[in-house]
Ligand binder design. Structure first.
Ligand code: NDP
Length: 319
């Protein structure tokens, strides 16, 4: 079967492409600039099966109709492309427009196509758990939770807002246009990197092992290979529908630092928090739906080890 992966050079998408090729699919991979920056695609072209079954396409989220010809002829579309940046100057231009307009752009191409049977949307926990509902270790966040755009705006959580608006618009569009879509909502993703550059969600781990004080935040983590597999299951399991949260567990950064210290006792991992306030409480994330997708989560300890080993292999750290 032929499938499309948007934003194929990214951290998560690269693993999706790798697993799809392993499973015998023909993959149409979209990137913004397939020829201008070989570093973006070299790792994809080296994957097993790439020579025979990987085709690169140029497509931009903000270019109307950019995905039309890629999507036509595909059975499934994995829409992962969306900017992941936690610090920006202009949230509308840098995050919200590409996330929101980009998602609708891709879905419009799917609506026009005569072949697409299912869309798998890479949404995020960002679109789930950022609202005014209290959180503590007893609270279980599940697929019925939605982030609140006003809360995101007031808290200036621009990336979170971009993912919240994009997922909401996606559901509205697919319901109105009779498109079969499954949304995956991972927390922060860790694990080995296939791409040559450090991406945003593993950067906090690099900061920790470089001795930088940790943020006062409790956040969920999940392994990139589990996330990529979940995408493929969400596409292949005919009965899959709705949203699916993906998290191994939520920990405060102090605990993340502790795990890393246990794994790497010689590294200068800080035991200092960025602020003096009480630690932000943890909460739980339901794994019920993920179980129904056949997902078993890799323990966080292993995901962290794989991330650090990958940093070492790529020479982002030297020890
Ligand atoms: P990466 O930054 O590694 O990948 C993002 C991809 O989106 C890149 O391929 C990037 O292309 C592409 N992209 C960004 N803007 C545009 C644009 N205007 N037109 C075309 N492509 C664009 O991030 P991740 O792999 O971490 O994230 C992938 C998806 O997963 C995103 O939707 C993200 O929101 C979601 N997600 C990520 C989590 C994480 O912790 N990593 C957690 C939950 C969800 P280019 O390389 O050219 O910039």
């Amino acid at each position: 079967k032929v499938v499309c992966v948007t934003g194929a050079s990214g951290f998560i998408a690269s693993w999706i492409v790798k697993f799809l090729l392993q499973r015998g699919y023909t993959v149409r991979a979209t990137v913004r600039d397939p020829t201008g920056n070989p570093k973006k695609v070299d790792h994809l072209l080296k994957l097993d099966g790439a020579k025979e079954r990987l085709q690169l396409f140029k497509a931009d989220l903000l270019e109307e109709g950019s995905f039309d010809s890629v999507v036509e002829g595909c059975d499934g579309v994995f829409h992962t492309a969306s900017p992941v940046r936690f610090v920006v100057n202009d949230p509308q231009v840098e995050l919200i427009d590409p996330a929101l307009k980009g998602t609708l752009n891709v879905l419009k191409s799917c609506a026009k196509s005569t072949s697409v049977k299912r869309v798998v949307l890479t949404s995020s926990n960002a679109a789930v758990s950022f609202n005014t509902r209290p959180k503590n270790p007893e609270v279980v966040v599940d697929e019925t939770w939605f982030s609140n755009p006003d809360f995101c705006r007031e808290s200036k959580l621009w990336y979170v807002l971009s993912k919240t608006l994009a997922e909401a618009a996606a559901w509205k569009f697919v319901n109105e246009n009779n498109i079969d879509m499954v949304s995956l909502n991972p927390t922060m993703v860790a694990g080995p990197l296939l791409q040559p550059e450090v991406n945003e969600s593993v950067e906090p781990i690099l900061n920790l092992i470089n001795g930088i004080p940790f943020p006062n935040k409790a956040i969920g983590w999940v392994n990139v290979k589990d996330v990529a597999n979940a995408h493929i299951h969400a596409y292949e399991i005919a009965s899959a529908s709705g949203r699916c949260l993906l998290a191994e567990r939520v920990v405060h950064y102090s605990e993340l630092a502790m795990i890393l210290r246990d794994l790497y006792p010689t590294l200068p991992i800080s035991d200092k928090c960025e602020d003096d306030g009480p630690y932000m409480p943890t909460y739980q994330i339901s794994k019920e739906k993920a179980k129904s997708f056949g997902i078993e989560f890799t323990p966080l300890e292993i995901s962290l080890k794989e991330t650090v080993e990958s940093f070492r292999e790529k020479k982002f750290i030297d020890f």
